[in-house]
Design a binder for this molecule. Structure first.
Ligand SMILES: *Cc1c(COP(=O)(O)O)cnc(C)c1O
Length: 429
């Protein structure tokens, strides 16, 4: 198979050395090109980001920070990290930026390490209401090494109950409060969190992993003016390489840097740091701002379409790139919906809804997100089609012959739709 200039000589070398792994890369590319990717935490990076990520910067040991490394030969990689830091500070209006966390979870562990001692109390969003594992789950370091208390959404509005946040803060006097979630479709009132944190003398950490791309694109308000620390991933809406980043106030800069290295990590992934710099340049463009607005418009159009299919959006809709869909109205569990959509080449994930009567592995809902389909160039019109494809897939029982035929029909229509908006060029063309 000939490779396009897009894949370049590196891919030819991979095919020659290791056809098995080259085959995996091509199969995964074929999957991305032939289905609908609605996982809210995924996106398609640009060829420029991929090129930096696959570059020889991967070879360099650069423990430390620009100008203060433990190894020689760092002058060139220093430039990449310095550019990246400057771009992050400029784009987000932050005092300080650390580009080295290997992932969102590593960034969060570094924040805990910088600001807390084991046993300290942290107040964060309940996992069952959309919080993240690193916000106090018993299977995570955060739950095992710290004392955790949580807040949730109110049963009526299904939006964050700020009175509950305040009451929990007053009662438990946490050292740190975390705002931010992994399955919350609405805007977060950062000013309200700041006020509560100030009242009890707590640090405010905003885990912006999911929505930082929308902040970068100026499509939603920024947490940076309110938070002591903002941590995030670079690979979700933001559309960069897989990794993490931390922004903070000047007073905390040294603590954060020392927590990332040497406390938590060894050598930074300089190819990924460089790719983070690339995405920060991309995200500062007018084009990216248009993208961020379209991501939200698409999520709202998708919700409307799903509501027309008899499905309920938790909290009544979305202000962001994702929606939580309650499937109880159509009598299908999240687990079955995920499997049925998967069979129709629609990739999404089952998700608990607030106050879910089902076990997490079954769940009453699914989570959908529009970062990937928007990168492909789809708009509100296509979201109507996507909603109707989901509506049909979710209702098709894979245990019956007619159900399987329906799924096959939906899968063909999915392929026809996505072929008009290819995620990446065809490597065999
Ligand atoms: C995705 C996510 C993370 C973790 O990111 P990883 O890169 O998967 O470690 C942390 N916090 C929140 C809120 C997230 O959504």
């Amino acid at each position: 198979m000939s490779s396009t200039p897009y894949w370049g000589p590196n891919f030819d070398a991979l095919q020659e050395t290791d056809p098995e792994i080259a085959g995996v890369v091509l199969d995964e590319l074929a999957r991305l090109r032939s289905g609908l990717q609605l996982i809210a935490s995924e996106n398609f990076t640009s060829p420029a980001v991929l090129a930096a990520t696959g570059s020889t910067l991967s070879n360099k040991y650069a423990e430390g920070y620009p100008g203060r490394r433990y190894y020689g030969g760092c002058a060139d990689v220093d430039v990449a990290e310095e550019i990246g830091i400057a771009r992050a500070k400029e784009l987000f209006g932050a005092d300080h930026a650390n580009l080295q966390p290997h992932s969102g979870a590593s960034a969060n562990l570094a924040v805990y390490a910088a600001l807390l001692k084991p046993g300290d109390t942290v107040l964060a969003m309940d996992l069952k209401h959309g919080g993240h594992l690193t916000h106090g789950s018993p299977v995570n370091f955060s739950g095992q090494w710290f004392t955790n208390v949580s807040y949730g959404v109110s049963e009526g509005s299904e939006t964050i109950d700020y009175d509950h946040v305040r009451a929990q803060a007053r009662e438990h006097r946490p050292k740190m409060i975390i705002a931010g979630a992994t399955a919350y479709p609405r805007l977060i009132d950062f000013a309200a969190f700041r006020e509560i944190a100030d009242e009890v003398g707590a640090y405010l950490m905003v885990d912006a992993a999911h929505f930082i791309g929308l902040v970068a694109g100026k499509a939603i308000p920024s947490p940076v003016p309110y938070a002591d620390v903002v941590s995030f991933t670079t690979h979700k809406v933001l559309r960069g390489p897989r990794g993490g980043m931390i922004l903070c106030r000047e007073e905390l800069a040294t603590k954060i840097d020392k927590a990332v290295f040497p406390f938590l990590q060894g050598g930074p992934l300089m190819h990924v740091v460089a790719a983070k710099a690339v995405v920060l340049k991309e995200a500062a463009s007018a084009e990216y701002q248009q993208y961020a607005r379209q991501v939200i418009a698409n999520a709202q159009a998708l919700v409307e379409g799903l509501q027309d299919q008899g499905m309920r959006a938790v909290s009544g809709g979305t202000d962001t790139h994702l929606a939580l869909i309650d499937l109880r109205g159509v009598g299908v569990t999240g687990r079955d919906a995920e499997a049925r959509c998967d069979a129709a080449r629609i990739t999404l994930n089952k998700n608990a809804i607030p106050f879910d009567p089902e076990k997490p592995m079954v769940a009453s809902g699914v989570r959908v997100g529009t970062p990937s389909v928007t990168t492909q160039g789809m708009g509100a019109e296509q979201m109507k089609d996507v909603a109707s494809l989901i509506g049909r897939a979710v209702r098709a029982d894979l245990d019956t012959e007619p159900g399987r035929a329906d799924i096959e029909q939906v899968a063909q229509e999915v392929s026809a739709l996505v072929s008009k908006f290819p995620a990446y060029p065809d490597p065999s063309a």
